[in-house]
Design a protein around this ligand. Sequence first.
Ligand code: TYD
Ligand code: MG
Length: 455
Amino acid sequence: MAKAKTVFVCRNCGTEAAKWIGKCPSCGQWNTYAEEIVVKTSGVADALFTSGNSKPVKLHEVDSASQPRLDTQTGELNRVLGGGLVRGSVILIGGEPGIGKSTLALQVALAMSNYKVLYISGEESVQQIGMRAERIGRKNENCYVLSEISLQQIFNHLQNLKPDILIIDSVQTLQDEALESSPGSISQIRECAGKLMKYAKETSTPVFLIGHITKDGTLAGPKILEHIVDTVLLFEGDQHYMYRILRASKNRFGATAELGIFEMLHDGLREVQNPSEVLINQSNEGLSGITTAATIDGIRPFLIEVQALVSTAAYGMPQRISTGYDVRRLNMLLAVLERRAGFKLASRDVFLNLAGGLRVTDPALDLAVIGSVLSSGVDKAITKRMCFSAEVGLSGEIRPVTRIESRIREAGRLGFTSIMISGAYDKINLPGKEAIRIVKVNRVEEAVKKLFSKE
Ligand code: TYD
Ligand code: MG
C-alpha cells in the first residue's frame, strides 16, 4: 500500500511544495497553490519508459516510413495534425465550453468507420451521445460509446475491446481510484493523462483527450498536461458565429502553423475547405465601407471582408468599436489617416467589423482597414475586384508583409483583378503569369489618391 500524504501543487505549472506558498517559485504565478492528497506513484517518465526492452539503435536505421498515418476522414483535422493521425500519439483538444469539442470528437469517431473507435464520455450519458450522433446523422458500426469516469474501469474495457482509436471526453472528469483527490484536480489529471499516455505508447493506439479551458484561455489543469501529450489542438471561435478554428499549439508530428476551419451547422460541423469563399460576400458590389484583405493565418492564405462604418458622433465622445480586429491598432490607423491623409475623424464614430466573427491579428489587414474607413467616410465604394495586403506604419509608410506571393495567388484564384501591396518588395516570385494586377504604393497618401482618383 502506497503511503498517502498531502502536498501543495501549483495549478499553473504543477510544481509541488510541502507547504502553501503565495507565489510559485517555478512559474511566478500568484495564489495558484492548492492542497491535494496524493499517493506517491511513479512519475510520468517512469510510467513511459519501464517496458525494460529498450535498446539504443542507429538513427538512420529507424524506419519512420513504416508508420503510416491514419486518415481521420476529416481533411481539416488531418491538415492540423500534420497529415493524419500518428499511431500511439496522444492528442489534447482544448476549447471553451460549448465550442464544439464533443461534436468534433464524435464526428471523427463516426467518420473513421474503418477502425474500431471507443468514445468514452464522463460528461454525457450514452443516450445523450446517441442523440448527438443522430443529429450529426452518420452511422458507424465500429463505433462504441461508454459513459465512465473511473480510469480502472476504462482500462478493463480497453483490455476487452482493444479499440484502434480511443477518445476521452474529457480528461478533467477522469478519476484514478488510487488517488484520493477529486476528478479535475491536478494530481488526477496528471496521473490519468500519464497512464493513458503509457497505454497509447504500449499499444500504439492513438488517444484523443478533450480538455476544458479556463476563463483566461489556458488549459485547465497544470501545464504538465501540455508537456505530457504529443499534440495540443485548440478549438476556437466566437460562440455566436458559426466559424470555428482548430489550431495546433504544439505538435510533435507536424507544423504548428496549420489551421483547420469548420462551420457549426444544425447537423454538426462542416469542414470549410475554401475559407475565402465564405468570408467574402460577392454581392456587396457598390456599397461603401467594404474592402477585402488578403491575410494569412499560420501558413494558410485566405481573403476576408473588412467592413467599416463612419458616422457623425451623436454624443460628445466619438466611439471606436471594433470586432475581430485590435481596437488599439484601429485607433493608431485612424491617427495615421488624420495626420498623413488629412482625414478628419475627431467628431466621427468609427465601427469596424471582420466577416464571420473571426479574429485576425495579421498586420496585413491594415491597408484594408484604412481603405474601408476612408470608403465609408467619403461614402464612395471601392471596387470589389481589388483587395489589399500591407501593413501601415506610424509615419504613414506602407510596409511589406510576409509571404506576399501566396496572398497574391489566393487573390488571383478568387477572381480579384488587382491587389494593393507595399512598393518595398525587390522581387515577387510568382510562378506563372498571374492575371491579377499588382498595385504598389509606398505611402498612405498615395494609396488614398489611387483609390479615389479613377472613380
Ligand atoms: P459541444 O460539442 O457539446 O461543445 P463542447 O463539447 O465543446 O462543450 O456543442 C457545442 C454547441 O454546438 C452546442 O451549444 C450546440 C451546438 N451544436 C450545433 O449547433 N449543431 C450540432 O449539430 C451539434 C451537435 C451541436
Ligand atoms: Mg463536451
